[in-house]
Design a protein around this ligand. Structure first.
Ligand code: FES
Length: 111
């Protein structure tokens, strides 16, 4: 990549994910946004957005389970921190976590 850009650095554009108040707690959502397949949701009062595809064998994290602050992959149950994307079972399988915010009641992700 030219100029030493970091391919994992978040972008600068905010994208709407929907009404934050209508996002059910403890449920995972998936969407393709700006070419990135996301898994996002809310754990209590905290929102998160991470890559949807599990690097271990390609499971869709959106189809997994949210257990407190952890997203559990549906295929082999690897656990990912929703805030950081860090995989607790195999650190090399960690996914990206993207900045999120609520603006005027709308949940947004920066990509
Ligand atoms: S594909 Fe996710 S843990 Fe194996």
């Amino acid at each position: 990549m030219a100029g030493g850009e970091d391919a994992t650095a978040p972008g600068t554009a905010w994208h709407d994910l929907g009404d934050a108040a209508e996002l059910p707690d403890e449920k995972l959502h998936g969407r393709l946004v700006a070419g990135v397949r996301l898994c996002y949701g809310r754990s209590g009062e905290r929102f998160f957005a991470i890559d949807d595809t599990c690097p271990h064998a390609g499971g869709s994290l959106t189809e997994g389970m949210l257990d407190g602050d952890l997203v559990i992959c549906p295929l082999h149950a690897y656990a990912f921190e929703s805030a950081t994307g860090r995989c607790l079972d195999e650190p090399s399988c960690s996914v990206r976590a993207f900045p999120v915010r609520v603006e005027g009641g709308t949940l947004q992700v920066r990509l």
